[in-house]
Design a protein around this ligand. Structure first.
Ligand code: URA
Length: 231
């Protein structure tokens, strides 16, 4: 990591403040004053600011039970954002891992580990996501097969990747859909492609991380090391 980025993370400075501190000779790397804000650090380097050792900040990983009406963004002019629900320091460095729509509830992951975020959300990762879907119309058996095999979303050239679908009630109004891609409004667009409409959407899991049943709507907890490693 670059020295100025490290300072910004560990000493709660802006990048500009960090660069000024370096230029001002306030920063040492391994007991040697450096004036290079762009200097690359390795894991064993010891950085001091005005003589105090700065400890690397550990990346953080959270699961949140997202309520209806919250936007998955760092800020929004009109609606509350999911970050408002986290009582954590340096909240602005946390990013949502795979957004949900404002009217979707359920599992949201947040982290300040950009590489992990990318691993989970990159199209090449094929990370499974499971949704409980409430439909406006009962789902015919033919539509179920279409959804599993792949449907053409409005505005897309390729069919959706194979999915799994399970009926959750006798009326076929509630289903579980498991997909391993994450196109914009994918679930709603998949059901629209078979002439239906999603009236309620809840995300249950991402990869091996299942929304903790102990978390009430709006609550969150840190992921366990196993959950972080296993996703
Ligand atoms: N698909 C959607 O259509 N909306 C979501 O919030 C998540 C997946």
């Amino acid at each position: 990591m670059r020295l100025d980025k490290f300072l910004a993370h560990t000493a709660e400075m802006t990048r500009q403040q960090a660069q000024r501190a370096v230029r001002g000779g306030m920063v040492c790397v391994n007991d040697v004053v450096t004036k290079q804000a762009a200097q690359l650090l390795c894991d064993t380097d010891v950085v001091t600011l005005n003589g105090s050792v700065l400890q690397a900040v550990q990346p953080r990983y959270f699961m949140l039970h997202k309520p209806m009406g919250y936007v998955c963004a760092n800020s929004d002019g009109h609606h509350p954002v999911v970050l408002d629900l986290l009582r954590e320091p340096r909240r602005d460095s946390l990013q949502v891992v795979g957004r949900l729509d404002i009217d979707t509830t359920g599992l949201v992951l947040l982290t300040d580990d950009g590489q992990w975020n990318h691993r989970v959300t990159a199209p090449t990762s094929h990370c499974k996501k499971s949704y409980c879907v409430q439909l406006a119309e009962p789902l015919p058996v033919g539509a179920e097969k279409q959804l599993c095999d792949g449907v053409q979303l409005d505005g897309e050239k390729k069919l959706t990747k194979p999915a799994q679908l399970f009926s959750l009630d006798n009326e076929r109004l509630q289903v579980r859909l498991v997909i391993n891609e994450g196109k914009y409004h994918q679930v709603k667009r998949m059901f629209a492609a078979v002439g239906n409409r999603v009236v309620g959407l809840y995300r249950e899991s991402i990869g091996n991380v299942v929304l903790d049943a102990a978390l009430a709507v709006g609550e969150y907890r840190a992921l366990t090391p196993e959950e972080v490693a296993g996703i």
